[in-house]
Design a protein around this ligand. Sequence first.
Ligand code: KG4
Ligand code: ZN
Length: 358
Amino acid sequence: MSAAASETAVPRATAASTDGRVRTVLGIETSCDETAAAVVVDGRTVVSSVVSSQVELHAEYGGVVPELAGRAHLELLTAVVGRALAEAGLGPGPAGARPQAVAATVGPGLVGSLLVGVSEAKALALAWDVPFVGVNHLEGHLFAGLLEHPGLEWPVAVLLVSGGHTMVVSMEGPGRYRLLGATLDDAAGEAFDKVARFLGLGYPGGPAIEAAARGGDPEAFDFPRAMLEEGLDLSFSGLKTAVVRAVRARPDAADEDVAASFQQAVVDVLVTKVRRGAQAVGARAMCLAGGVAANGPLRAAFEQAAAELGIPSYLPTRAMCTDNAAMVAAAGWWQLGALGPTALDAGADPDLRLPLLA
Ligand code: KG4
Ligand code: ZN
């Protein structure tokens, strides 16, 4: 088990709420290759957050193997949940203080992996006689920014960039989303992963490209920036093809230069689009979300764009950018209060979409 992102200087979870409102939520996240559990109080205070990464398991295959991921979640989840509860001062036994609700990611993601977390969450909710809340993984990523930066002014232009999704969203409040633009083909994280695999830099590709790029020249190659001049949609498949073609044409080119030039092209496009989206809706702030939001050059360029627009930028910590269960608990807490619990016979949906305003 790795990377326990626990916060220590926060109050322990309290099972008792004086006015009957749910305060303490256990979140569970198993949509892809992180097995995670967290306890969050009042949708805001992260009392414990445990993330067990399967990166090493999948590394030798160069990507996530769904069957292995599902089995690993099954093996790891009970211990991860136990640790998140223990670190929050909650107990699994009959005498222990318990969370007042259990939230789990129900989609989008790998169906076999999702089902492990959803089944565990429902079982715990039943055993503890507390509500179950099914959370949309993308909404979880949107909540990651809010969790660390309460008191945002709406609308917030969010750049959501993960392994499976790339979108610019205008967030008008919790649960109020307008899609401004999205990728027409590959997700940004997918492009990082594919280019890293092509260069033989390993998995996951994002951190590998970022590390290689540190020693490279971002102007060594003039890679295409698709659809840069107008609109809010994005496309990365041409960039990936351009990288392959360039490396075949110059086989002696340094990986560092290819990585740096590729990364620069992705960052340029992402930041141009979110900036344009922010201007289009008169955003009061800009927020980054999703695994790719851990990327240093993207964070720097994003902050600069917001500063140029004269609005604040909110960047989740790196641990909160990549998949974790604190964001699921936070989204679940809000959802429970606003929309109520999820039926226990509701299933997982691998293709679940972000709910959008009409
Ligand atoms: O949000 P996430 O943890 O899982 C999904 O929901 O997809 O995002 C994972 C993606 C992967 O494609 C990974 O390569 C990318 O985020 N990523 C990064 C970095 N760290 C993770 N991409 C660029 N730079 C990084 N430092
Ligand atoms: Zn994710």
